[in-house]
Design a protein around this ligand. Structure first.
Ligand code: KG4
Ligand code: ZN
Length: 338
């Protein structure tokens, strides 16, 4: 079957996952190998960029071979190589880009650089065969919190952004403060399931009326102050209650703003993307809100929300169809605007 289709290899190495996937026609996953570095970074309490780069370098050839094997193909079956070329940890992005360029040079297979954030949005094309732009998207990751109008594949107009911490960054920092450590988001998500979301009423930060921007650093400070005060009073901290209360404050604001943007623009589709879209509370609250407002919610399964090569392959396929290939002078960028 696959040999009648257009095969894209997607390479992702922008943070702490080395991932390579094989995707047919930009939509069908034939393999999606994700080598996580969680165990390595856990003892440091967060991602150490230099160590991440080194592990990408050590793992990437084995991840490539496994990805081809699982898809049942060889490199000669590949029609396109897509790679994250930013934004991300620069030393980590460079490993993926150098690998992609070396493969392209050695085989003659065309190469396309993908913006990692467009990759996150594209994860939805892998799950929902009928989904096509335009639509409204909420992108919530470790480095970004955006509400965007997706006007075409790999193209969007930003309606709102975070003014300080990204949602995932807030999860990770709060996890550290309450002793859960790295990786913060999934640990807070898990702890919150045993807690009371109304145990601590943290203030929700909405900014000016009508704004689709976000601010999470004040919420993080509220949690830090609460923890210090409770400790000074000699009270025992309830990690589940703090997790649930913090999470509810984040989710309330994100859901309200995304729904307000959809309502104002009379959007019938809302797409979620990025690592924080794996959050169980955000997924269920957004689903409830969308149901109440007659909006269809698209949200990839958790493994496609967090970093993976398949989403990069999908984005690369559509970019190549519209703009053709990049040259071997493709560069890696720590910052790359949407
Ligand atoms: O999209 P992603 O994998 O990488 C970036 O592009 O940043 O997102 C990583 C972020 C981290 O901050 C992580 O804590 C958060 O997503 N995250 C979660 C969950 N899973 C990952 N946050 C809340 N709940 C989760 N279940
Ligand atoms: Zn990401």
């Amino acid at each position: 079957m696959w040999n009648q289709q257009f095969i894209t290899l997607g390479i992702e190495s922008s943070c702490d996952e080395t991932s390579i996937a094989v995707v047919a026609d930009g939509r069908h996953i034939l393999s999606n190998v994700i080598s996580s570095q969680i165990a390595i970074h856990t003892k440091f309490g967060g991602v150490v960029p230099e160590i991440a780069s080194r592990h990408h370098l050590q793992n990437i050839n084995a991840v490539l071979q496994q990805s081809l094997d699982e898809a049942g193909i060889t490199l000669s079956d590949v029609d396109l190589i897509g790679v994250t070329h930013g934004p991300g940890l620069i030393g980590a992005v460079v490993i993926g880009v150098a690998t992609a360029k070396a493969l392209s040079l050695a085989t003659g297979i065309p190469l396309v650089g993908v913006n990692h954030m467009h990759g996150h949005v594209s994860a939805n094309y892998l799950q929902y065969e009928d989904l096509k732009p335009p639509f409204l998207a909420l992108i919530v990751s470790g480095g970004h919190t955006n509400i965007v109008d997706v006007t075409d594949y790999n193209e969007c107009r930003v309606l709102g952004s975070t003014r300080d911490d990204a949602a995932g960054e807030a999860y990770d920092k709060v996890a550290r403060v309450i002793g859960l450590g790295y990786p913060g988001g999934p640990k807070v998500d898990r702890a919150a399931k045993e807690g009371d979301p109304h145990a601590v009423e943290f203030k929700r930060v909405y900014l000016e009326k009508g704004s689709y921007d976000f601010s999470f650093s004040g919420l993080k400070t509220q949690v830090i102050n609460y923890v210090h005060t409770e400790k000074m009073r000699g009270h025992e901290l309830s990690v589940p209650d703090i997790s649930a209360s913090f999470q509810q404050a984040v989710v309330d604001v994100i859901v309200d703003k995304a729904i307000a943007a959809a309502e104002e623009r009379k959007e019938e589709k809302l797409v979620m993307a990025g690592g924080v879209a794996a959050n169980s509370c955000l997924r269920s609250e957004m689903q409830k809100a969308c149901d109440a407002h007659g909006i269809r919610l698209y949200c990839p399964k958790p493994v496609l929300c967090t970093d993976n090569g398949a989403m990069i392959a999908s984005a690369a396929y559509y970019k190549y169809k519209k703009h053709g290939a990049d040259g071997l002078d493709l560069d890696a960028y720590a910052n790359l605007p949407l």
